[in-house]
Design a protein around this ligand. Structure first.
Ligand SMILES: C[S@@+](CC[C@H](N)C(=O)[O-])C[C@H]1O[C@@H](n2cnc3c(N)ncnc32)[C@H](O)[C@@H]1O
Length: 242
């Protein structure tokens, strides 16, 4: 089994166990999006509304973004949506909501490292929820994103800050503490060769420098702190240069 087959298997298992990030958009959220009050959340952080201004009628790719959350909301807001994801189980959720709500959503099973099915300049927007920790190298993804975006097109991505991977929790009988022990880049199999879990911790140079190198100019940055102090995520908005 290659790493992507293993990731797909891992994700499908989590979805079957109702992992929290596989929750679909609610009827109320879809109604609000239809009324022009679109709100897209990655975890508990809302994508700033001005990042998505004018999305109606635009061609949008939800990249590694299945699960019945972002794609149906964007379709309700009037965007022409394609969702590409590795996981059949996640895509089934978008398919189901599209049928229930009579939304036109193009569903594509595939790997975000290879977008060769899409022509150059196909999309106005690409939204990529937290998923880049499942690819060993972010560069091929950013290269493909830049290729399939129109000039002036917008790329919005969310990813874990490296602090998620730097620290181990040390139990000391007094509540414990975190100790920074892991060097970046991080690869889960280097720490537990017996586990089937596949995850990579990329550096900020990979995330920020990688986008810039591919012609994506970063115009927005937002952080999202979850309960655990090492669970820090960030969102970037980038524009494809001409
Ligand atoms: C944490 S979920 C994010 C989706 C969810 N809708 C959300 O808002 O958080 C990560 C998604 O990335 C997908 N994924 C992981 N690796 C992928 C790859 N190489 N190509 C395409 N999708 C991938 C998974 O199948 C999963 O649906």
């Amino acid at each position: 089994m290659n790493i992507f087959e293993q990731v797909e298997k891992n994700i499908n298992n989590l979805v079957e166990n109702n992992v929290y990030w596989s929750a679909c958009a609610t009827t109320e959220e879809m109604q609000r999006a239809r009324e022009g009050r679109l709100s897209i959340k990655f975890f508990d952080k809302e994508v700033p509304t001005d990042w998505l201004k004018g999305i109606k009628g635009k061609k949008v790719l939800c990249l590694a973004g299945a699960g019945g959350l972002q794609a149906p909301l964007l379709a309700c807001a009037g965007a022409e949506v394609t969702v590409l994801d590795l996981s059949e189980k996640m895509l089934e959720k978008d398919q189901r909501i599209a049928e229930q709500e009579q939304l036109s959503i193009r569903i594509e099973k595939g790997n975000m490292c290879d977008l060769s099915r899409f022509a150059d300049g196909s999309f106005d927007y690409i939204l990529n929820p937290t998923s880049l920790m499942y690819v060993p190298d972010v560069k091929p993804v950013f290269r493909e994103v830049s290729r399939v975006l129109k000039v002036g097109g917008i790329f919005i991505m969310m990813a874990p800050n490296p602090i998620n991977y730097l620290c181990d929790f040390v139990e000391d009988g007094k509540g414990g503490y975190y100790k920074a022990v892991n060097r970046m880049p991080y690869c889960s199999s280097d720490h537990d060769s017996m586990s089937d879990w596949v995850e990579y911790g990329h550096t900020m140079e990979d995330y920020i420098g990688g986008q810039i190198e591919c012609g994506l100019v970063i115009t927005g940055y937002v952080e999202c702190q979850l309960e655990d102090i090492t669970e820090l995520h960030f969102l970037t908005r980038a524009v494809k240069q001409g």
